[in-house]
Design a protein around this ligand. Structure first.
Ligand code: HXC
Length: 264
């Protein structure tokens, strides 16, 4: 596995699960320009697992933070004026994560703040340990969450929850974040690794083309009207009907056996 300066990259070819670990634990994994670039490079490295594979090798990606304290404490406070002025290279890791073809799961153990929370919101799933905390402290720095944080939370939890988080800058618990629909699940600290592994392994075993189409469909739902979204789903459905995996799924059903999906 090729590691980058600030991100550890792993790939498990049994399950098809890739893991990216943001690795600046002494700075609570704050998003320096380097870390943001390395997240993109790490995802590109994982995507390259598909190059020599039959079908789709990479099925899901876990994004986590190194160290005991944080998923990510946000933009690097020393450097983010430069970065927002465009000093870091494109594409933005937020867009890259959101548009990545396979699901990205944010595994959150500790602080998940500011740009760190926006990174988690760009992921498809957010799974957190019990003691994790969430917040948008940007207001304390005289700015706002600059990568869509208020937009995401307004859609997931409603605008008044988004305003409360972003206007007060306080942290909320994982339990409250789950109640508000900002994160998917909260697990006990002891069971956290196993629960996340079970979630991700099951997800990675699902029919890969279905998963990719469902990701596109859900993202479409968020930024389109219902009619446009249903029409889009119709197109995705027509494409999936033509795949070998669909033929295999239907055959397996008829033969009363488990299907073997190849991502073709
Ligand atoms: C740079 C950071 C950092 C950050 C923590 N550190 N957060 N460095 N950028 N965002 C560093 C500290 O300086 C310290 O370094 C070390 O990590 C440990 O942090 P402590 O503060 O000592 O830990 P603790 O007392 O436990 O407090 C944890 C904390 C606090 C509550 C999370 O660190 C904090 O409030 N951090 C800032 C959170 C924040 O404002 N995030 C940015 C939001 S703005 P040393 O060297 O002293 O050990 C943002 C904009 C997004 O994200 C825009 C998108 C376009």
């Amino acid at each position: 596995d090729d590691n980058l300066d600030t991100v550890l990259v792993e790939f498990d070819d049994e399950t098809g699960v890739g893991t990216l670990t943001m690795n600046r634990p002494d700075a609570l994994n704050a998003l320096s320009g380097q870390l943001r670039d390395d997240i993109v490079a790490g995802l590109q490295q994982l995507e390259a697992e598909n190059d020599d594979a039959e079908g789709i090798a990479l099925r899901a990606v876990v994004l986590e933070g190194a160290g005991e304290k944080a998923f990510c404490a946000g933009a690097d406070i020393g450097g983010f004026s430069d970065e927002s002025a465009g000093a870091t290279s494109a594409p933005s890791h937020y867009d890259f994560v959101r548009e990545f073809p396979v699901p990205v799961i944010a595994k959150i153990d500790g602080y998940c703040l500011g740009g760190g929370l926006e990174t988690a919101l760009a992921c498809d799933f957010r799974l957190a340990s019990e003691g994790s905390t969430f917040g948008f402290p940007e207001v304390n720095l005289g700015i706002l969450p600059g990568a869509g944080g208020v937009q995401y939370v307004s859609k997931l939890a409603g605008p008044s929850v988004a305003k409360e988080l972003a206007m007060f800058g306080n942290h909320i618990s994982a339990e409250r974040a789950a109640e508000e629909g900002i994160i998917n699940h909260v697990y006990d600290e002891d069971a956290f690794d196993d629960e996340v592994e079970a979630f991700v392994t099951e997800l990675a075993g699902q029919a890969p083309l279905s998963i990719q189409a469902i990701k596109k469909s859900a993202d479409m739902a968020v930024h389109s009207g219902l009619e446009e979204g249903i029409a889009y789903d119709g197109q995705l459905f027509a494409e999936l009907l033509k795949t070998e995996d669909h033929a295999e799924g239907a055959a397996a059903f008829g033969e009363d056996r488990e299907p073997e999906f190849q991502g073709k």
